[in-house]
Ligand binder design. Structure first.
Ligand code: SAM
Length: 222
């Protein structure tokens, strides 16, 4: 349950400098905005991998479980401390949050360039499907915070969930699917396939990984 979670009333109410102190300016503001979100980041393997892949971008893991988000926080602090490269891992942070709620309170319209949904909880039971992280309503929120040309990445080992996500994303007017050629050339597809803890588990068990990536298209002309 997330009764105890605090949400900013708007993106400007977030004190991002607490999460990314390296990017704090003289006047106490933050010099960059979060651009990449790892939704349900779990133990943070992808968040960590993206930090070095995109050293110029701020990356945010969002995780609902207290202990797990605390683990990722400690992990990132240790990486920052032990790095010999100036600024390394300073661009990655985690917050404990229910990503299905109030995402536009965290991010402004068009702020994000990439959102990752790696091995989301399958919510197998029919009556639990509405609890899935990809639904028509939530996709409209994801479209709001993504910039035009921004990408939603999804990967799962559960075929039924993959089909569900594809069905909802295909039906959404603000997303278009990227083809296999694109997937093969994209760095992030590679990274998300191998770097998350859940993905590693699936590999060890020789499971399948189903991928679907979508581009945020322009808002329709009014
Ligand atoms: N992405 C990670 C990976 O691939 O290793 C974790 C996958 S794990 C199966 C799903 C994660 O999503 C869990 O850590 C769970 O706590 C988190 N989660 C589920 N619902 C969430 C929500 N509404 N907001 C944020 N995190 C959520």
């Amino acid at each position: 349950s997330d009764h105890s979670l605090d949400y900013p009333t708007s993106p400007d109410d977030m004190d991002w400098t607490k999460l990314y102190p390296y990017y704090k300016t003289q006047d106490g503001k933050i010099s960059k905005q979060v651009e990449i979100a790892d939704i349900g980041c779990g133990f943070g393997g992808l968040t960590v991998a993206l930090a070095t892949q995109y050293p110029e971008s701020l990356i945010l893991g969002m995780e609902i479980r207290v202990q797990v988000s605390q683990y990722v926080e400690d992990r990132l602090l240790a990486l920052r401390e032990n790095s010999r490269v100036k600024g390394e891992y300073q661009n990655a942070a985690v917050i404990r949050a229910n990503a299905m709620k109030f995402l536009p309170n965290f991010f402004k319209k068009g702020q994000l360039s990439k959102m990752f949904f790696c091995f989301p909880d399958p919510q197998f039971k029919q009556r639990k499907h509405k609890a899935r992280i990809v639904t028509t309503t939530l996709l409209s929120e994801y479209a709001f915070v993504l910039k035009e040309g921004g990408i939603i990445y999804t990967i799962t080992d559960v075929l039924d969930l993959h089909n569900w996500m594809v069905k909802h994303l295909d039906a959404h007017p603000l997303f278009e699917r990227l083809d296999k050629d694109w997937e093969e050339k994209d760095d992030c597809v590679k990274i998300m396939t191998v770097s998350t803890e859940e993905g590693k588990k699936v590999s060890r068990n020789h499971g399948s990984k189903y991928i679907a990536c979508y581009r945020r298209v322009a808002d329709p002309e009014l």
